[in-house]
Design a binder for this molecule. Structure first.
Ligand code: SF4
Length: 354
């Protein structure tokens, strides 16, 4: 019998493998088979913080489960709620690293933006996470656990949509992201429809090829942010490794609806000529364009494009037949852009220490 502690944590497994592990565990103890369904349900569908809370199970069994198959947790460090309902969570991981998630309610939709890495190596000029540098990849549990913790706290807050747009580049942590996608989508997991799950990438080509192999209708978003090589290299160093033309070809090969993310930076990427190039790419791929106002304070040295100019840019896209939406900046009063809360907490901690 393998040493239980040497195996991956049960919540690091895709649901089918977790079920197999539980089947073996139940069989070894000669427990009735219906216990397997009861246990699997408590992983993601109706999660419990610890087995001891699964009151449908005998007390002795709960204690044994907590000992042998503990349910790993993310510790909530800070939660901030914006006046517009956006909620930002800072989670502390067992080794002291911190990651963020942002829950954005909008009508009946609750979109959770999740992190896939602690920090990020890619240093995009407009992103607070990029200033931290790379700390480490998250495990499958630490990624899907961001959803689990929110469901544990308030089942009614279960996200209807999940976007991998928090800290980190998901396609540089593909094995764990791959498993976490299964946990989010599988009916034995959270059962969130694939069309409601979006992976956002700067354009990591090997990861895009791996993601394209998944048969489910997961969505792909490309962080484009500049319409030509020189401009893009100025704000996204990854451009040197994976040039825009190759990223667009990979997105074309994805053969599903793609979204372009485009953060508007005054004097950098907001000219009519930039819009025209963006139009040509969006037409070629049938892509939807998400226009994002730059989050004030998230990027030293960069200035948000004025609102009237953002509107004109969007109107130019639409008049060329490109579907485009201007996203409202959410959670401005709580630093809700990716990495901002973590950067702010570190700043405060340093100030207290000095
Ligand atoms: S925008 Fe994404 S890829 Fe770029 S530095 Fe921030 S977290 Fe990394």
């Amino acid at each position: 019998m393998p040493d239980a502690l040497a195996l991956p944590a049960i919540l690091d497994l895709p649901p089918a493998a977790a079920r197999e592990r539980l089947e073996a565990w139940v069989a070894q103890r000669q427990l009735p088979r219906y216990r397997v369904d009861q246990l699997v349900r408590r992983l993601w569908q109706a999660p419990v913080a610890a087995w001891t809370n699964a009151t449908e199970l005998p007390v002795a069994l709960r204690a044994e489960l907590d000992q042998e198959l503990p349910l790993t947790r993310l510790a909530l460090d800070v939660v901030e709620q914006s006046a517009d309902g956006t909620r930002k969570y800072l989670w502390r991981l067992p080794d002291g690293e911190a990651i963020e998630s942002v829950l954005i309610p909008s009508g009946s939709r609750r979109t959770l933006c999740i992190s896939s890495q602690a920090g990020c190596a890619l240093k995009c000029a407009f992103c607070a996470t990029g200033t931290m540098g790379f700390r480490r990849n998250l495990s499958p549990f630490e990624i899907a656990g961001q959803v689990r913790e929110i469901v544990l706290a308030t089942p009614d807050d279960k996200p209807t949509n999940v976007v991998y747009m928090g800290m980190g580049e998901p396609l540089l942590n593909w094995p764990a992201v791959d498993t976490s996608l299964t946990v989010l989508n599988d009916p034995l997991g959270f059962g969130i429809g694939a069309r409601h799950i979006t992976v956002s990438t700067v354009g990591i080509l090997p990861g895009m090829a791996a993601f394209a192999q998944r048969p489910e209708q997961f969505r792909l978003a490309i962080s484009l942010h500049a319409p030509n090589d020189a401009q893009r290299a100025g704000i996204m160093p990854i451009q040197k490794k994976y040039p825009l033309s190759d990223v667009l070809s990979a997105a074309e090969a994805f053969r599903r609806r793609v979204t372009f993310e485009y953060v508007m930076i005054a004097g950098v990427n907001d000219a009519d000529a930039d819009a025209d190039l963006l139009i040509s790419y969006a037409r070629r791929l049938g892509a939807f364009v998400n226009i994002l106002p730059l989050h004030p304070g998230g990027a030293p040295g960069l200035v948000p494009t004025p609102v009237h100019r953002i509107r004109a840019f969007a109107a130019r896209l639409r008049s060329a037949g490109v579907e485009a939406a201007v996203r409202r900046s959410r959670g401005l009063d709580i630093n809700a852009a990716c990495g901002q809360l973590k950067v702010e907490m570190e700043r405060k901690r340093r100030a207290v220490r000095n």
